[in-house]
Design a protein around this ligand. Structure first.
Ligand code: PEP
Ligand code: MN
Length: 295
C-alpha cells in the first residue's frame, strides 16, 4: 500500500476522480484547440503580468515564435506585499482577449477570488489556480464549476497528496480538464527561489491520469536556470512547460529576474526543437499545431 493510501486510512482509491485507477490511459486536456498531454509536449509562455496592450502583444509574439501554443499572463496577481503591482484586473483580461484575437493563442490566466471566477472564465480559455491558493477550497470548487479547464499549481509547502486532493476538489465540482503544475516548493535552500521537486513529476503522473507540466521560472527564480530546469522536466516525462518571458525583462513589473528576454528566444526555440529527442513526443506549435477554436 502506498504512503498516500496509508495516510488516507483506506485501501480504496484516495482520489476517485483524478486517481490513475479511475480510468484507462492518460488524459489529454484541450484548451481552445491546443492539447496538453499525453502524446505531445506543450509549451505555454508569456509574461508574469499583463502590464499594457503593447507589452502583452509583444510577449505573445515572442511566445508564439518560440513554439508556444498557449499564452500565459496575469491580470490578477497574488503578491507577497500589499504595496506591489497587483495586475490590471478586468482591463488586463480585456487585453488578453484582444491579444488572443490578434495572435490566435488561447489564454491561461490566474483567478484569485471566487467573486472573479465568472469574469475570468468569460475572457480566458483556462483558469490558473496559483500556488498560494492551492488549498483555497471555495475557489477550487468555484473554478471546478466554471466550465473551463484548470491549471492547478502545487502549493509552496504542499505534499503531492495535498496537491492531488486539491485536484480532486476541482474534479468533484464538475471539471476533469485539470493540468497539474509543479512550480517548486519551499525548502531550506536559498540559492534558488524555490526547489524544483523534479521527482514530483513522475510521482504525480503515476498517481493520476492528469497531465503534469513544470514551471521552471518560479522554480528557479533565475533566468539562467530556466533552460536547464526545462530540460530536466522534459527528461522526467513532464507533459509541457509554462515559462515566463518579457520583451524588456529589466523593466518588468513582476518577476523580471526570471523572465526570458528577446536574447533568449533562439535558445528557447532550440529547446523546443529538442523535444522529440528528449521526450519521444511531438512538440506542439509546429506547422500542424492545432488552431484555437473560434469563439
Ligand atoms: C505566476 O504564475 O505568475 C505565479 C504567481 O505563480 P505561483 O502561483 O506558482 O507562484
Ligand atoms: Mn510570476
Amino acid at each position: 500500500m502506498s504512503d498516500v493510501r496509508r495516510e488516507n486510512g483506506s485501501a480504496a482509491a484516495p482520489y476517485p476522480l483524478v486517481g490513475a485507477e479511475s480510468r484507462t490511459g492518460r488524459s489529454a486536456v484541450a484548451v481552445g484547440g491546443a492539447v496538453i498531454g499525453p502524446d505531445t509536449f506543450t509549451l505555454i509562455a508569456g509574461p508574469c503580468a499583463v502590464e499594457s496592450a503593447e507589452q502583452t502583444l509583444e510577449a505573445a509574439r515572442m511566445a508564439k515564435a518560440a513554439g508556444a501554443v498557449l499564452l500565459r499572463g496575469g491580470a490578477f496577481k497574488p503578491r507577497t506585499s500589499p504595496y506591489s503591482f497587483h495586475g490590471l484586473g478586468p482591463a488586463g483580461l480585456r487585453i488578453l482577449a484582444d491579444v488572443r484575437e490578434e495572435t490566435g493563442l488561447p489564454i491561461v490566466t490566474e483567478v484569485l477570488d471566487t467573486r472573479d471566477v465568472d469574469l475570468v472564465a468569460a475572457h480566458a480559455d483556462m483558469l490558473q489556480i496559483g500556488a498560494r491558493n492551492m488549498q483555497n477550497f471555495a475557489l477550487l470548487r468555484a473554478v471546478g464549476a466554471a466550465g473551463r479547464p484548470v491549471l492547478l499549481k502545487r502549493g509552496l509547502s504542499a505534499t503531492v497528496d495535498e496537491w492531488l486532493m486539491a485536484a480532486e476538489y476541482v474534479a468533484a465540482s464538475g471539471c476533469l480538464d485539470i493540468v497539474l503544475c509543479e512550480r517548486g516548493i519551499r525548502t531550506f535552500e536559498r540559492s534558488t527561489r524555490n526547489t524544483l521537486d523534479i521527482a514530483a513529476v513522475p510521482v504525480a503522473r503515476a498517481l493520476t491520469h492528469l497531465p503534469v507540466v513544470v514551471d521552471p521560472s518560479h522554480s528557479g527564480g533565475r533566468r539562467d536556470l530556466v533552460l536547464p530546469l526545462s530540460r530536466a522536466a522534459m527528461a522526467v516525462g513532464a507533459d509541457g512547460l509554462i515559462i515566463e518571458l518579457h520583451p524588456r525583462p529589466a523593466t518588468a513589473l513582476c518577476d523580471g529576474a526570471q523572465a526570458l528576454g528577446p536574447a533568449d528566444m533562439d535558445a528557447l526555440a532550440g529547446l523546443v526543437q529538442e523535444v522529440p529527442l528528449l521526450t519521444g513526443r511531438v512538440a506542439t506549435g509546429g506547422a500542424s499545431a492545432p488552431r484555437p477554436v473560434a469563439r
